[in-house]
Design a binder for this molecule. Structure first.
Ligand SMILES: C[S@@+](CC[C@H](N)C(=O)[O-])C[C@H]1O[C@@H](n2cnc3c(N)ncnc32)[C@H](O)[C@@H]1O
Length: 364
């Protein structure tokens, strides 16, 4: 079977399926999505999977935690030898080297192998199997010349994805076109003095939605920011840890140690009406409100030039979440009235919501 395989938050399979099929059709590779509710993954069945994989970069996908080109689906695996069918499948794509081949032809096809399972209630118990199978698979792939002797992130990565003990998908991830974390989940630790668990959302957003260059260039000590819907202060605290000066807007109180940084001004005001006296570098917004209303307000900030970069959440309604997402992002882009680099993702720490990063600086 050819196509794409992508992981998502459990329960968001319909959104990911809608996103993948809509986007694939738009770039000229129509396919159909195959998924089960609460499975944590979606397969988009399509003919030219390598070209489709290239045309839908992971960076641009909202509901995909990870994405890969599907090489095959193996059902009825024999628990006493799950390795041979995988090697056989891979040899179909990468025939064994014969004598007289050049150095380049003998180069291993993969620089890493990750054995994973979807992040679903049904598949989480497969974590132990995945770990021990990876330890057995690696040396076997090396013996076959399929895997580099040492990890090499510049080569494609092989994924073996168990959905049960006898059923696995095999996929290929091109270097740089996917989440750099197993299962597509960045492991972040909540520090003891974080005012709220929400702090992790902004930390993850800065880590996943900005690239290394953007983190260096766009987040500098002494920059200014507004935090709309700031209480009890998790996002404000994350910004102060980057040494930004923050105007925190919320009728609710902020934790004292956040105020004690000396970098924060707490203003009890309505985040939909408050505006800065001078243009700021950043605006972040975690107000719980209708997503269209938030998208419109965010667009106003960019149209009026009140900020250069923003991270904001769009809380999704229970129904038609993909349609609402597409609508809100279009609305935001159109009403912002200027060229923006926009990235949106449902982050690991996002529940019924997505997070958007928008910037006037183009580094692409
Ligand atoms: C999810 S909490 C924010 C958590 C915060 N980001 C953190 O990390 O601690 C949402 C906040 O938005 C505030 N809020 C909702 N509507 C607002 C409005 N119109 N103006 C200002 N704050 C608002 C609420 O008071 C609430 O404190």
């Amino acid at each position: 079977m050819a196509g794409l395989l992508a992981y998502c938050r459990q329960g968001f399979e319909p959104e990911l399926a809608a996103e993948l099929s809509t986007r694939a059709a738009k770039v000229g590779y129509p396919g159909y999505a195959r998924t089960e509710r609460n499975s944590g993954y979606v397969v988009l069945v399509a003919d030219d999977s390598a070209a489709l994989n290239h045309a839908l970069p992971w960076r641009d996908l909202i509901f995909a935690r990870q994405k890969m080109q599907l090489l095959g689906e193996l059902k009825g695996l024999d628990p006493s030898d799950r390795i041979s069918p995988i090697v056989q499948l891979l040899h179909h794509y990468h025939p064994p080297a014969v004598t007289g081949t050049t150095e380049a032809e003998r180069r291993p096809a993969y620089g890493e192998v990750w054995v994973e399972h979807p992040d679903s209630d049904a598949a989480k118990p497969l974590a132990g199997l995945a770990r021990s199978f990876a330890n057995a698979l690696r040396p076997a792939l090396r013996r076959q010349g399929l895997l580099s002797a040492r990890e090499n992130p510049r080569l494609p990565r092989l994924h073996v994805v168990f959905v049960d003990g006898q059923h696995a998908f095999v996929g290929r991830n091109e270097a740089g076109d996917g989440a750099p974390w197993p299962l597509g989940i960045p492991r972040l630790k909540l520090l003891p003095d974080a005012p709220s668990r929400s702090a992790l959302k902004l930390e993850e957003a800065l880590l996943s939605l900005l690239d290394g260059q953007q983190r260096e260039q766009l987040l500098k000590a002494g920059m200014t920011a507004a935090d709309l819907g700031a209480a009890p202060g998790g996002w404000t605290w994350v910004l102060t840890r980057q040494h930004l000066r923050v105007s925190s807007i919320d009728n609710g109180p902020l934790r004292q140690h956040v105020m004690d940084t000396g970098l924060v001004e707490h203003l009890r005001a309505d985040g939909f009406h408050w505006k800065p006296e001078k243009p700021l570098d950043w605006m972040v917004c975690d107000m719980v409100e209708q997503p269209r209303r938030v998208a419109e307000r965010m667009a106003t900030w960019f149209r009026e030039g009140w900020c250069r970069h923003a991270v904001f959440n769009l809380k999704l309604p229970m129904k038609k979440r993909w349609d609402e997402t597409a609508l809100c992002l279009d609305l935001f882009e159109q009403q912002a009235g200027r060229r923006l680099d926009i990235r949106a993702k449902q982050l690991y720490h996002d529940r019924e919501e997505i997070t958007v990063f928008a910037t006037t600086s183009s580094t692409r």
